[in-house]
Design a protein around this ligand. Structure first.
Ligand SMILES: *Cc1c(COP(=O)(O)O)cnc(C)c1O
Length: 403
């Protein structure tokens, strides 16, 4: 298996990310309810946003997802290697992507360009199979996807119509079958933004063009987490949430996790290493950007930027130790950072909670994102592969951990 899961530990690591699989399953249930009759594709790219690819995927399926979505083919193949048989869509490819293995493994291929479609068709012909492809339209994000809007005076020869026509021709020779049509929002976290309506209109046109050309997709989809939660009219046949599956709010301006009925699934915990009493005036960590203002207990926490604790969190983010919250003192280093706990008594080995669901008063990934000036996506996704994932709250039907 090629998933970036940590190897079986033979000695303990002094920190862990505890993943609440029951929360993942329940969050999918919330999204499914929002989606009405539409199916749920749980997006599990980037090691399931740092939560662990295979276990998170299984929990999402147990919670009612019927599809899985990933960016990279390596991620799709890791799911298949782990025995996951649910439909999987992978949508980000460069030339020479390994489409033959993906077709063999029954992975749906998201296709954004004619060259991609031709490579897929060549791989399908070589293996004597029909590739399952889903055509991706750029309805306004300006990222990947085939471009929908006419350029210059020719209002029909757009990238999208060329892709559709090519796909239809390849269907005729049974090299490909178009199983889906999809697109992605630019501004779904701001549901009133005019692009949200404009992209829905554009996608309806893209679908109509494809269907007029004779394509008969099984699924038409455009909604990420934010759209699933705030723009139900965009659900079509399937929604495609990622972040919300893990319980984090995709639209903090609109609502918190709790407002949306979501439970954050990751709790990041370290064990205090060295604890020592120092006098007033002690500079802390590289560059002494923090100095103790009185006699203080300093707690050394064995996680650093190599583990995804942002260096920008230096002096900004908070952690919770034995029920009390403290700000990081001085710079975050590669493997560790320091907390000034004042006169609080802390012992080596005590738990330092960086972030969690927040129900015990600990900071959340959203709090960290605000402290650091980024988004909650980045806080959990970058939580490093050196830190073991531990699974709790296994949903009914999930297998026991095997590694
Ligand atoms: C990442 C991604 C998603 C999921 O987005 P969230 O904001 O995490 O819900 C859905 N579709 C595509 C194409 C993506 O790249």
């Amino acid at each position: 298996m090629t998933a970036p899961s940590p190897p079986r530990a033979t000695v303990p690591f002094p920190a862990r990310a505890v993943i609440d699989l029951a929360a993942i399953a329940a969050n999918v249930g919330v999204l499914k309810q929002r989606a009405g009759a539409a199916e749920v594709m749980a997006v599990v790219k980037a090691d399931a946003y740092g939560h662990g690819l295979v276990r998170s995927a299984q929990a999402a399926l147990a919670g009612g997802a019927s599809w899985l979505g990933v960016a990279q083919l390596t991620e799709a193949m890791a799911l298949r290697a782990a025995g996951v048989t649910a439909p999987v869509l992978a949508w980000l490819h460069a030339p020479g992507a390994g489409f033959a293995q993906a077709i063999e493994a029954d992975v749906d291929l998201g296709v954004s360009a004619t060259w991609m479609l031709d490579e897929v068709a060549a791989a399908a012909r070589a293996s004597g199979r029909t590739a399952r492809v889903q055509l991706k339209a750029d309805t306004g994000l300006g990222r990947n996807g085939a471009y929908l809007f006419p350029v210059g005076t020719d209002s029909t020869a757009t990238d999208w119509s060329a892709l559709v026509d090519r796909a239809r021709a390849l269907e005729a020779e049974e090299a490909v079958r178009v199983t889906g049509l999809f697109t992605h929002f630019a501004y779904a976290d701001a549901p009133q933004h005019p692009t949200v309506q404009a992209q829905q209109t554009a996608f309806a046109e893209a679908v109509a063009l494809a269907e007029r050309a004779g394509l008969r997709p099984e699924v038409r989809h455009m909604s990420n987490s934010a759209a699933t939660l705030t723009t139900p009219a965009a659900a079509w046949d399937m929604v495609r949430p990622g972040l919300a599956v893990y319980g984090l709010t995709p639209a903090p301006e609109v609502g918190s996790s709790a407002d949306f009925g979501l439970v954050p699934a990751m709790t990041a915990i370290a064990e205090a290493s060295v604890v020592k009493a120092v006098p007033a005036g002690q500079g802390v960590s590289y560059g002494h950007t923090y100095t103790t203002s009185g006699p203080a207990n300093l707690v050394d926490v064995p996680l650093g930027y190599a583990d995804g604790v942002p260096r920008h969190a230096s002096g900004l983010a908070e952690v919770m130790i034995n029920g009390r919250r403290h700000r990081i003192a001085g710079r975050v280093c590669m493997d560790q950072f320091v907390v000034d706990v004042g006169d609080q008594q802390v012992t080596a080995g005590d738990e330092v909670i960086l972030f969690g669901p927040g129900d015990r008063g600990e900071p959340t990934a959203q709090d960290w994102a605000e402290a650091v000036g980024t988004i909650n996506y980045e806080i959990v996704t970058r939580f490093g592969p050196r830190v073991p994932r531990e699974y709790a709250g296994a949903p009914v039907g999930a297998e026991e951990e095997t590694w």
